[in-house]
Design a protein around this ligand. Structure first.
Ligand code: FAD
Length: 510
């Protein structure tokens, strides 16, 4: 019998010791870390979350204290939502009360200055894909997204939540008006920029360290009906990044004068180049991609942009797109275009997921590395990593796109480079048990390590996104001069270090 079994918790959900539940809670998308909790809570309401955390807080002085980790959809890479000596709360699980009346999304509006701003109050464990489907029924949608939607609201808000809309609207954490958070003391606090603001800013990007987000009030906008999705190619890195930077510099302009989404990716792999056409949609002007790779060590760069439109703006979308494309310096005749419903564009990665699942290539280890790279050093990164360390094998997509610092709130917990513009570089690789050693987990992990060492030696001040460190010393370096604020917030909201211990930032006191 452990202490959790002895707790007299009055729950409307279920505290489960079932081996299947425990096993499920011990896994994540990364597939590289496996830690079994003592039990799993399927919460029936916010009161269940409070009761469990309060009980952990009260037991923390005892030798048999226990920890609590919220788990959203378990799409972390390095066991961030796991805990070995405590309880995992399945915030997004279907066994709890996620779809009950008390946790259903609620539409609301704020008015002021002659403007009405719509928002939704949503349960922290809700998946973005479900929130999208719900909001579209009102003709509305959140403004800022991740590329993949089977992630929980609380999980992405604990990191930042970024995609090609971030240059325009900021990350998801910049599009939240209010949160309900159960702190590490088991108290439920409502917080916003005006009320309990330290908790609000702390929880956003806070890696689950200050509390469990049970409700988020998320900004909504009018949802477009359709998307024009365009890809163009570059063999010259400077031309590629200059165009990306130009496009994100338009973020203050009227929507007719800018794109709605700006991303990009690197094509290093010969295999990817050869398969590239088949993995994409019908080109307007067919181009022989392999003939373009002779320059710059065979590396190609693809700019990916979109323009949203409705029936009412369908007539002008061609002109607006043409005017913007004219300003860019991509390889002539490398324009690939398709039109699709907004929901299909946002949910595009799910299509790839289904394909990979059918080939048994989804549930494999994912040694992903996500870095924020300052704009001033992105060309050095290109030379050293894309054209250097990676060789001509990547084992998965490599995303690269810039963002503007000014729509990130510096009071939040997330750490970003100290430059007005910085890039996300996401090496989203899958390890395979194949004869090809360059696809093995060890090889990819060593390569990640070499990339980090290269940045260190070259003085490129990258910051990890979805950071992963195992010692507090490394975390202190990650946070830099923001560490003291992070620690102060921890002492205030989770003084017994009970929450989200899978991040390995603080050790519990027992
Ligand atoms: P989990 O992995 O369950 O949890 C992550 C952390 O947050 C843990 O520490 C956990 O304890 C904590 N946590 C979870 N729920 C709560 C809560 N309610 N309150 C407080 N803390 C909580 N990220 C992007 O920004 N952009 C992308 O485009 C993007 N694409 C992705 C695509 C795929 C296929 C995958 C696997 C991941 C992607 N991510 C992306 C990363 C993703 O945003 C993070 O891994 C996120 O944490 C996943 O959410 P989750 O619900 O699975 O969280």
């Amino acid at each position: 019998m452990n202490i959790i079994e002895n707790q007299r918790l009055e729950l409307s959900g279920e505290l489960s010791f079932d081996t299947t539940d425990v096993k499920t809670a011990s896994l994540d998308f990364g597939g590289m870390s496996r830690v079994e909790p003592l039990a799993v809570l399927h919460p029936g309401s916010v009161n269940d979350v409070m009761s469990l955390v309060k009980s952990a807080y009260d037991s923390a002085e005892l030798t048999q204290g226990f920890t609590v980790s919220a788990k959203g959809h378990g799409h972390s890479i390095n066991g961030q939502a796991q805990t070995g000596n405590g309880v995992v709360i399945e915030m997004s699980g279907s066994k709890g009360n996620r779809f009950s009346e008390s946790t259903k999304p609620v539409l609301g509006a704020l008015s002021g200055n002659g403007e009405v701003k719509y928002y939704v109050d949503v349960w922290g464990g809700e998946l973005w894909v479900d929130l999208l489907k719900w909001s579209l029924e009102y003709g509305l949608a959140p403004k800022s997204w991740t590329d993949y939607l089977y992630l929980s609201v609380g999980g992405t808000l604990s990191n930042a939540g970024i995609s090609g809309q971030a240059f325009n609207h900021g990350p998801q954490i910049s599009n939240v008006y209010e949160l309900d958070v159960v702190t590490g003391k088991g108290e439920l606090l409502t917080c916003s920029k005006e009320k309990n603001s330290e908790l609000f800013h702390g929880a956003l990007g806070g890696l689950g360290q200050f509390g469990i987000i049970t409700r988020a009030r998320i900004a909504l906008e009018h949802a477009p009906q359709k998307v024009r999705w365009i890809r163009v190619l570059y063999s010259d890195f400077t031309a590629f990044t200059s165009d990306q930077e130009y496009l994100i510099s338009l973020h203050g302009k009227p929507s007719s004068e800018k794109f709605d989404y700006v991303e990009g990716f690197v094509i290093v792999d010969e295999g990817l180049v050869n398969n590239w056409r088949s993995s994409f949609f019908s080109p307007r002007n067919p181009v022989k991609v392999s003939s373009l790779t002779t320059k710059e060590g065979g590396v190609l760069y693809c700019l990916e942009i979109t323009k949203n439109y409705d029936e009412s703006t369908a007539d002008t979308v061609n002109q607006e797109v043409e005017a913007l494309l004219k300003k860019l310096n991509f390889i002539p005749s490398s324009v690939f275009t398709t039109d699709l419903p907004y929901v299909d564009f946002l949910n595009r990665v799910h299509k790839a997921e289904l394909k990979l699942r059918s080939k048994g290539l989804w549930d494999v280890p994912h040694p992903w590395l996500n870095l924020f790279v300052p704009k001033s050093r992105i060309a050095d990164f290109d030379k050293g990593v894309f054209k250097g360390i990676l060789g001509n094998k990547t084992s998965g997509p490599i995303l690269i796109y810039p963002m503007n610092r000014d729509n990130w709130d510096h009071r939040s917990s997330v750490v970003i480079p100290d430059e007005d513009t910085f890039y996300l570089v996401a090496l989203l690789r899958s390890a395979l048990d194949s004869a090809d050693e360059t696809q093995s987990l060890d090889h990819l992990r060593n390569q990640n390590q070499r990339i980090l060492e290269f940045c260190d030696e070259a003085g490129i001040n990258v910051k990890q996104y979805l950071p992963n460190y195992s010692t507090q010393e490394e975390w202190k370096i990650h946070f830099g001069d923001r560490w003291n604020l992070f620690l102060k917030r921890k002492m205030e909201f989770d003084p017994k270090y009970i929450l989200a211990t899978g991040q390995h930032i603080f050790q519990p006191l027992f």
